[in-house]
Design a protein around this ligand. Structure first.
Ligand SMILES: [Zn+2]
Length: 166
């Protein structure tokens, strides 16, 4: 995954300011404090801290803690690099692909039925148990053609997997 795709994903997940922080950290040597980021990006220190917290939960940034020489307080230096970003995004994508694959297996492995009246959906077993009638309104159920859903899921999984491989 190249830097531009990675930054797009970061922006999609953490917003424009999240992406700006990640970019600033990528361009820094040895990390930056939240105050430095706040000044450089012209963002309120409080917002920067919130964004850093969100970004660290997603595994996009990390920090080192350094003791100030003359006090018992700590300075936090935030940093990131392409490996950290690539790994976090790959993990997220693997999780999404896994869920989509589960859904695909579910959709492709059975026949579904639908009430033409209120559009409630039934698996074959549920429809069979109710003599192919809707539980809500008693209408006769019709078979659902979910081949479009299956095709859509397949193409989505294929698209994500190809980004994942780049
Ligand atoms: Zn119904």
């Amino acid at each position: 995954m190249g830097e531009s795709i990675i930054l797009k994903v970061v922006e999609a997940l953490a917003g424009e300011n999240g992406r700006r922080i990640v970019e600033a950290l990528l361009n820094s040597q040895g990390g930056k404090s939240d105050e430095e980021l706040s000044q450089e990006l012209n963002l309120r220190a409080n917002d920067v801290r919130k964004l850093l917290y969100e970004l660290s939960k997603q595994g996009f940034v990390a920090y080192t803690r350094m003791t100030k020489s003359d006090s018992r307080w700590y300075n936090y230096y935030w940093y990131t690099d392409m490996d950290m970003l690539r790994q976090s995004i790959s993990r997220r994508m693997d999780e999404v692909i896994r869920v989509l694959n589960e859904r695909l297996t579910y959709e492709a492995s059975q026949t579904f039925y639908m009430c033409p009246n209120d559009l409630s959906r039934y698996t074959f077993d549920e429809a069979f148990e109710n003599n192919f009638r809707c539980i809500q309104c008693g209408s006769e159920l019709i078979e659902v053609d979910n081949s479009r859903t299956v095709r859509y899921l397949r193409s989505l999984i294929e698209a994500l997997s190809s980004i994942r491989r780049v």
